[in-house]
Design a protein around this ligand. Structure first.
Ligand code: ADP
Length: 370
């Protein structure tokens, strides 16, 4: 590409007279010409400098911004969001990275990816803050449209899949004498394949609800041990076929108030992973500890484990570790992403430890409401 006239003249102005002129000149030019919004504030977050991109993105002129705080275009989110930001940059004196909703001078709201870093004097006291914002509204809207499309498609797929399930199970149960062994096998395969599609569609629906902020939580009084047993019963054919030993370390009386469907999803996912990723004759243990404030659910196995180098990706969407991909083609890599999102929405936490060919343990901590 040929350099444009303006680029060429810019390059000419970059020629240093001395080394220090060069440093200042080049940094100033970079900041002035950056497409990202860049501001510098004092330690009380009063704006000392704003680059032209900040004017373009917020709609405020430099004169309108100088002396004000970023609240001029901010203040659109919950108070606790900004409290966390201040906690990070002022108390912990660390850089902050996050996605904000802001408002332009015109009143239009926009999404911004924001990085704020404290700058210290030689006594390690905060002297300035540098804030860099990237307007990601277009990308955000596009992602939202894709998620809405997935949500719509998944909803539409539910009805035909339910019909296939219904008819396939009717054919399986009728033990139709007219079907030979092969035909019965085909019907069974149709049923199993359809089941996998139902699971995938349900997972996609969960993902779209999470990403659109539409996951509804309806806490109810339930007995957690009933949910665990239902999940284990559903896995019984695989447990039997693999001759797995299941250790249940929980009391029969685990009455808690929580959303039963979400709880079922969490347990079913962790237990079915433990069953799926443990070789024949292996062991799976489900343990629950409960006190007044929280419940801790632990699902452990002595199976394939997760390679150390990939453990940091385990809760990412669509992630499947190398050691399982070749052995099991069925997974979606969505389960743990959904589990973590649900757990955090309920106000809990999830952690795990794992060693390759030794096994894994997932622990879920959930706060208890009255
Ligand atoms: P899926 O099981 O459908 O692939 P998940 O999101 O539930 O998706 O899990 C993501 C990945 O994490 C799995 O593909 C597997 O690599 C790893 N994993 C999860 N649980 C276990 C486990 N108990 N033992 C070994 N690997 C596991």
């Amino acid at each position: 590409m040929q350099p444009s006239q303006s680029n060429t003249s810019m390059i000419n102005t970059l020629k240093p007279n001395s080394e220090s002129d060069f440093d200042i000149g080049i940094f100033q030019l970079a900041v002035e010409n950056a497409s990202d919004h860049i501001i510098i504030t004092d330690d009380a977050s009063r704006i000392l400098y704003a680059n032209p991109a900040a004017e373009k993105i917020t709609g405020y002129s430099q004169t309108e911004m100088i002396g004000q705080t970023p609240a001029l275009w901010g203040k659109q989110m919950e108070k606790k969001f900004y409290q966390k930001l201040w906690q990070t940059i002022k108390k912990e004196k660390k850089a902050y990275h996050g996605t904000f909703i802001n408002q332009r001078k015109s009143g239009e709201r926009y999404y911004a990816q924001v990085d704020i870093a404290p700058i210290f004097d030689k006594n390690k006291k905060i002297k300035y803050y540098v804030g860099i914002e990237r307007d990601i509204t277009e990308q955000f809207e596009l992602d939202k449209m894709k998620t809405e499309f997935i949500s719509l498609a998944s909803h539409q797929l539910r009805a035909p899949l339910a019909i296939i399930k219904w008819h396939a199970s009717a054919l399986m149960q009728s033990k139709n004498k007219n079907f030979d062994q092969n035909q019965n096998k085909y019907i069974n395969e149709i049923y199993q394949g359809n089941q996998r599609m139902i699971e995938l569609v349900n997972a996609l629906l969960y993902v779209s609800r999470i990403e659109l902020g539409k996951l509804i939580i309806k806490p109810k009084k339930i007995n957690l041990s009933d949910i665990i047993r239902t999940c284990l019963d559903g896995l019984e054919p695989t447990i039997k076929a693999k001759k797995l030993k299941i250790k249940k370390e929980f009391s029969n009386n685990l009455n808690i108030k929580i959303d039963p469907d979400l709880m079922h999803y969490i347990i079913d996912n962790l237990v079915s992973n433990a069953v799926k990723y443990t070789q024949a004759n292996g062991r799976v243990r489900v343990k629950v500890e409960k006190n007044k404030l929280k419940v801790i659910i632990s699902v452990a196995d002595n199976g394939m484990g997760i390679p150390k180098s990939q453990q940091n990706k385990i809760f990412s969407k669509l992630f499947r570790a190398d050691n399982v991909v070749s052995k099991d083609a069925d997974g979606t890599g969505l389960g743990l992403y959904i589990v973590k999102s649900i757990v955090e929405l309920i106000g809990g936490q999830i952690s795990f430890k794992s060693a390759i060919n030794k096994g894994s343990e997932f622990r879920v901590y959930l706060p208890l409401s009255k």
